[in-house]
Design a binder for this molecule. Structure first.
Ligand code: F6P
Length: 343
């Protein structure tokens, strides 16, 4: 049998671990070969592919960040218009099943292909951890580790200068990275997209710290955060060509407002793509590898239209439909518990 794989959407630490795992499992367990499409759905449309061999080169990519296949984004309308090309390219390459590794958008694309008769298995990836069907996605642990280390470092410089330091982390629609890094790094306030913030409350919290003698503060802000209506001026970003909302620098905006209201010295650090680059943590390598093993088996065994998912200790197969139904947002109770530590 011949399997194909691709990585699509924003990159994520652990993608190479999945690719390696798919290739090794396909070869070791079934004697299957694997072809890799380059640059995500774009490469599948343009038939940009190469054979992936179960050799020393594939073995060495386990700890490497990024994706050896490259990644890309394709507007859903262009993707749908190209269904015949996809079918033709897969048939010409004699591919029996495709393993699509990606986040919400990629899995939606995979579901659409499956609905149209293309044999697909999905592997969820995103540092944002917002895929509903799985307890965790690989990449998240690495992103949280990077953000936590940054917060650890910000404590000492903030304290030395009696400053408030804001760290803006990724999280377009959900605040998992902010919630976990804020908690692990001991941030004094955390702001997530799910819970619109009141800057007056953040100021009060910082003022209390200063009155108590702690003359610095760390605030962890998810990039997709927005203020409660009527609490401060705010202009949301436009949508980009792929329908993704762009951001206007909420960390800086909050910092300016705190400075204006309290007079404290405030600086903002935006971690941006440092959270996505570089080597995956051991946890992410293991999760990505386990996903790859199960995805290769599902693709070989004809369990198409499914997606691998972590449930507790187990890797299960869920339907692609369930995987893309809705985003996994931070539940209110998790934020309430995090709030207990603010200040
Ligand atoms: O992978 C998800 C994500 O990391 C978001 O948190 C972030 O907004 C987005 O990707 C940015 O990706 P890019 O800069 O590639 O558009």
């Amino acid at each position: 049998m011949r399997l194909a794989t691709l990585t699509s959407g924003g990159d994520c630490p652990g993608l190479n671990a999945v690719i390696r795992s798919v290739v090794r499992t396909a070869s070791n367990e079934f004697g299957d070969t694997v072809v890799g499409y380059e640059d995500g759905w774009v490469g599948l449309m343009e038939d940009k592919r190469r054979d992936l061999y179960d050799d020393a080169a594939i073995d060495r990519i386990l700890s490497r960040g990024g994706t050896i296949l490259g990644t890309g984004r394709l507007h859903p309308d262009k993707f749908k218009a190209g269904i015949d090309t996809v079918r033709r390219n897969l048939a010409e390459a004699e591919v029996d099943a495709l393993i699509a590794i990606g986040g919400e958008g990629t899995l939606k694309g995979a579901k659409w292909l499956a609905d149209n008769g293309v044999p697909v298995v999905g592997v969820p990836k995103t540092i944002d951890n917002d895929v509903n069907a799985t307890d965790y996605t690989f990449g998240f642990d690495t992103a949280v580790s990077v953000a936590t280390e940054a917060i650890d470092r910000l404590h000492t410089t903030a304290e030395s200068h009696n400053r408030i330091l804001i760290v803006e982390v990724m999280g377009r629609h959900v605040g998992w990275i902010a919630l976990h890094a804020g908690m692990a790094g001991g941030a004094h306030y955390t702001v997530i997209p799910e819970e619109p913030f009141d800057v007056a409350d953040i100021c009060k919290s910082m003022e209390r710290r200063f009155q108590m003698g702690e003359k610095y503060g760390i605030i962890c802000v998810a990039e997709g955060a927005s203020p409660k209506e009527g609490t401060m001026e705010f202009q949301a970003g436009e949508e980009d060509e792929f329908g993704h909302q762009t951001f206007t620098g909420i960390g800086q905006i909050i910092g300016d407002e705190i400075n204006r209201r309290t007079g404290y010295d405030v600086r903002t650090t935006v971690l941006g793509h440092t959270q996505r680059g570089g080597t995956p943590t051991a946890y992410d390598r293991v999760l990505a590898t386990r996903f790859g093993v199960h995805a290769a088996r599902a693709a070989h065994n004809g369990d198409h239209g499914t997606c691998v998912a972590l449930h507790g200790e187990n890797i299960d197969l869920v339907s692609l439909e369930d995987a893309v139904g809705q985003l996994k947002t931070v539940p209110e109770w998790r934020y309430v518990n995090a709030r207990a530590l603010f200040g």
